[in-house]
Design a protein around this ligand. Structure first.
Ligand code: NIG
Ligand code: FE
Length: 406
């Protein structure tokens, strides 16, 4: 990666509070596995060793860059498991109209489809690069990107290819909404295209398939066709479900063994029980309810039932134009019944779980050295200081990505 600085061996020392997400005897914070007065040795882009004590024990110090954190906290890089970052234009006017009382509807997606089709590769690539800088500056080191604003074979392939230039976590979301040109032929004809030529064109660039299973988008049976076809093409399954009302999205996701079902704003008791009994992560997206002025999902209900909860930004121009995981944490703590520890876990290890990754979202020997230094003594400040840019320095694969090298 250009513009980054990486020492072969680096010792972060003087860490006042290290959130490892690796609980072990002697560590605090339950699932956060907190070590106080900690040090982390990074070698070749990976975590080599984690320990307490500011000197790093009996490590050798030849050719070693030593970085003293002066008592500040370190957490794993955020894992944002749900974004829609390849698009043209924006929908600020729609946001303003919503804040004046107009409800959010899935159909607004079509205006971004028109703007995205009109944008050149160069424009979309420049936009993506800007978002990557924005994500890094806010502590996000792993992120998923969905297609879904192309909705033709050529445009979906283009979005998947461009997304794959910035992340390995690409999701094919041809089933986002039925595009305007299918108004006469109908949704079934569009789904035929999605499971046929469109999937074939996108699958080589993607790891995941997704469907927006919601009133105004796709029915359970249409979503099932898309998800099963994606699975047959070798993709893992994720689902947009239960955002605008109760429906079959969550049940379908659990039935198909999806890695994650995202939104989960309107859940029946049966949905909650099914999630709790499954490996499917419930990914909550507080930016959506904030930006559409809807009631937040009830994280407490899911956690108390035993479901695994992740937090993600859903960064997109329509329902949630924030890329800030600290913002999502603050809202989840303030309004969704999560403790700060649960929210920080959900935005790091939870996101990793939603992407079925065990090499990120945790700080232990062998994982990627994706580390965030906070300008604060504790992870509590992520929720306690909403809106304040407390992400100080960010390393991805052991390289400093924020602030960017000059
Ligand atoms: O996750 N729910 C579907 N897709 C996006 C909204 C996209 C848009 O409004 O452009 C979401 O909220
Ligand atoms: Fe989404």
């Amino acid at each position: 990666m250009s513009g980054t600085v990486r020492a072969d061996r680096m010792l972060l020392t003087g860490i006042g509070e290290l959130v490892t997400n690796d609980p072990a005897p002697g560590r605090d914070g339950g699932a956060l596995g907190i070590i106080r007065d900690a040090a982390v040795l990074v070698e070749g882009g990976h975590v080599a060793c984690v320990g307490s004590g500011t000197t790093g024990g009996d490590l050798e110090f030849n050719d070693l860059e030593i970085v003293d954190l002066g008592g500040r906290a370190v957490i794993p890089g955020f894992v944002d498991s749900h974004t829609h970052l390849v698009f043209g234009g924006d929908r600020a006017d729609e946001f303003a109209a919503r804040m004046a009382g107009r409800p959010y509807e899935a159909g607004g997606i079509r205006s971004t489809v028109a703007a995205t089709r009109a944008a050149s590769d160069r424009e979309l690539r420049a936009r993506l690069a800007g978002f990557v800088t924005e994500l890094h500056a806010q502590g996000t080191t792993t992120f998923e990107v969905k297609t879904g604003y192309g909705l033709s074979v050529a445009d979906e392939e283009r979005l998947a290819r461009l997304a794959h230039e910035v992340t390995d976590e690409v999701t094919f979301l041809g089933a986002h909404v039925v595009p305007a040109e299918f108004a006469d032929t109908g949704a079934e004809a569009y789904v035929d295209l999605v499971v046929g030529d469109m999937l074939a064109a996108c699958a080589p660039h993607a790891r995941w398939v997704d469907a927006f299973c919601e009133r105004g988008a796709f029915t359970v049976e249409q979503s099932r066709r898309v998800l099963e076809a994606g699975r047959a093409a070798g993709l893992g399954i994720r689902v947009h479900g239960n955002q605008l009302g109760v429906g079959g999205g969550v049940a379908l996701a659990v039935e198909l063994g999806a890695a994650s079902v995202d939104h989960c704003t309107h859940l029946t008791d049966a949905d909650v029980a099914a999630l709790a009994a499954s490996d499917t992560v419930a990914t909550l997206l507080p930016g959506v309810e904030f930006s559409t002025r809807q009631p937040y999902p009830d994280a407490r209900r899911l956690l108390d039932a035993g479901a695994t909860v992740a937090l993600a930004s859903d960064c997109n121009p329509g329902s949630s134009f924030t890329s800030s995981m600290p913002f999502c944490i603050a809202v989840a703590v303030r309004d969704m019944g999560m403790t700060p520890a649960e929210a920080v876990w959900a935005a790091t290890a939870g996101g990793a779980r939603a992407l079925r990754r065990d090499d990120v979202g945790v700080i232990r020997p062998g994982v990627r050295a994706d580390l965030v230094e906070l300008a604060a003594p504790s992870h509590l400040h992520l929720a306690y200081r909403p809106g304040v840019p407390i992400v100080r320095r960010v390393w991805k694969d052991g390289a400093l990505v924020s602030p960017p090298a000059r």
